[in-house]
Write a protein that binds this ligand. Structure first.
Ligand SMILES: Cc1cc2nc3c(=O)[nH]c(=O)nc-3n(C[C@H](O)[C@H](O)[C@H](O)COP(=O)(O)OP(=O)(O)OC[C@H]3O[C@@H](n4cnc5c(N)ncnc54)[C@H](O)[C@@H]3O)c2cc1C
Length: 412
């Protein structure tokens, strides 16, 4: 019996076991997946919780519900991988052997890595919305807030879902307008980037949207600390931005066991080939989803497209054949812009987000880099697609690799 062991049953790990179980003969292959948490969270839903659009029950379901028959789900925290012995230690002393290992343990916010961030102001005046607890605490705060300075802040790239802080900012603008209190709220968007977003055309477009909404943007801001006495964030170049509420995206890092096992970079992301996800050191270890050090966005959409490519390659690899499918970094993401509208971006390692239509050239129905109600509807529909089609590993009519069809070239 050959053993496939998957670490992490989040978006990517769940898709991997659902796709591979029907393709690997149960007489020859056992599949085991390990996760530390009993509940699966639909993380894109966290964005809507601070504004009372979703409640926590709408974004959580029992993890076991998404694990197919014939796959063993083990509940436990991973301590270490010993690649030279093909084994994984769990914190409770369990030892799991494998022939092939897939690491899909994602990335998490680490507020404790920034001085002052996770201290006395935490969840009083300093909030995150990248965890369910943070998003829920922020909903409480915003409901009672009477106005002041709201600062939305990114600590350092890469973060998962890079547009999420922008979406939060647009939704906050819309939320305070609806409550007729926008005139008593000053919103500042603070980023370590030199513009609103990572890629030039989208950055210009999204920057213009922030301007239209009278949101001040502070760029190239590398945070040194949060000063809880003065309610301000302080940068290495000694700029200080005061706040009444700080909504920060803390440093994102991969799981600590990755570095303990000698498999990762300085942020604990597993070093892999960006086309095949095979470890750069071990021929029987792959990493998919946010856990991998891919030079593209950390996003559920990337996990989805990547797992499609991974599945085909994995079957070749275990037969000793060459892996001929090469991932291109394909990512797409709806960006909520408030007032019941959203944009869509679609890009890869080499092509930045461009205007146009998706997925059908000229038809859409979704519009790239343009605010439409249909895009917003697509974003809300995606929750259903996630639980019912994506996680169970069903085929979606979206090619894994990015296409230029339907996109318009734009001068930078
Ligand atoms: C606010 C927000 C908005 C987002 N919006 C979007 C969006 O609009 N579109 C989009 O495509 N993506 C979005 N994302 C990103 C998306 O949710 C992630 O990229 C995706 O979930 C990554 O999947 P993953 O399987 O790599 O990691 P995860 O889904 O995070 O799964 C990792 C799993 O590993 C487990 N784990 C970790 N360490 C250990 C350990 N030591 N022991 C045992 N188990 C462990 C965890 O419990 C978890 O279940 C958003 C994320 C956030 C936070």
């Amino acid at each position: 019996m050959k053993k496939l062991l998957v670490l992490g049953a989040g978006t990517a790990g769940t898709m991997v076991v659902n796709k591979l179980r029907p393709l690997l003969d149960p007489e020859e292959w056992s599949i085991t997946v390990v996760d530390q948490a009993a509940e699966h969270h639909y993380q894109p839903g966290y964005l809507f919780i601070p504004f009372g659009i979703y409640a926590s029950e709408q974004v959580t379901k029992p993890r076991s519900r998404f694990i197919p028959k014939g796959v063993e789900l083990i509940s436990g925290e991973i301590d270490k991988v010993a690649p030279e012995d093909n084994k994984v230690d769990l914190m409770d002393g369990t030892v799991l052997q494998y022939d092939y290992l897939v690491i899909a343990t994602g990335t998490t916010p680490r507020p404790e890595e920034t001085p002052g961030m996770a201290e006395e102001g935490w969840r009083q005046t300093v909030f995150d919305f990248y965890t369910l607890e943070g998003a829920t605490a922020l909903a409480d705060k915003l409901r009672k807030w009477e106005g002041g300075r709201l600062v939305v802040h990114i600590t350092e790239m890469p973060i998962k879902c890079p547009p999420a802080p922008l979406e939060f900012t647009f939704l906050a603008d819309s939320y305070f307008r609806d409550r007729a209190m926008r005139d008593v709220v000053e919103i500042t968007y603070v980023t370590p980037l030199d513009g609103a977003f990572t890629k030039p055309v989208a950055s210009r477009h999204l920057g213009g949207m922030l301007d239209e909404r009278k949101i001040h943007v502070e760029t190239d801001f590398y945070i040194e600390s949060v000063d809880n006495d003065r309610n301000a964030i302080v940068s290495y170049d000694e700029r200080e931005i005061p706040f009444d509420i700080l909504v920060t995206v803390p440093l994102n890092m991969g799981a600590d066991f990755v570095s303990r096992s000698g498999l990762g970079d300085e942020l604990n992301y597993v070093l892999v080939d960006p086309g095949t996800f095979l470890s750069t050191t071990w021929d029987n270890i792959f990493a998919v989803g946010d856990a991998a050090n891919l030079p593209t966005s950390k996003a559920g959409s990337v996990a989805h497209f990547a797992v499609d490519v991974f599945t085909k390659n994995f079957l070749s690899h275990i037969r000793g054949e060459e892996m001929v499918h090469v991932f291109d970094g394909h990512a797409n993401c709806f960006i909520e812009s408030g007032n019941g509208k959203a944009l869509l971006i679609d890009f890869n390692y080499d092509t930045q987000p461009l205007p146009g239509k998706y997925p059908l050239p000229g038809i859409g129905p979704f519009s790239l880099l343009e605010e439409t109600e249909l895009n917003h509807f697509g974003k809300l529909m995606f929750k259903w697609v996630y639980w019912n089609a994506l996680l169970p590993g069903r085929e979606l009519p979206l090619p894994a690799l990015m296409s230029m069809a339907g996109k318009q070239e734009v001068e930078e």
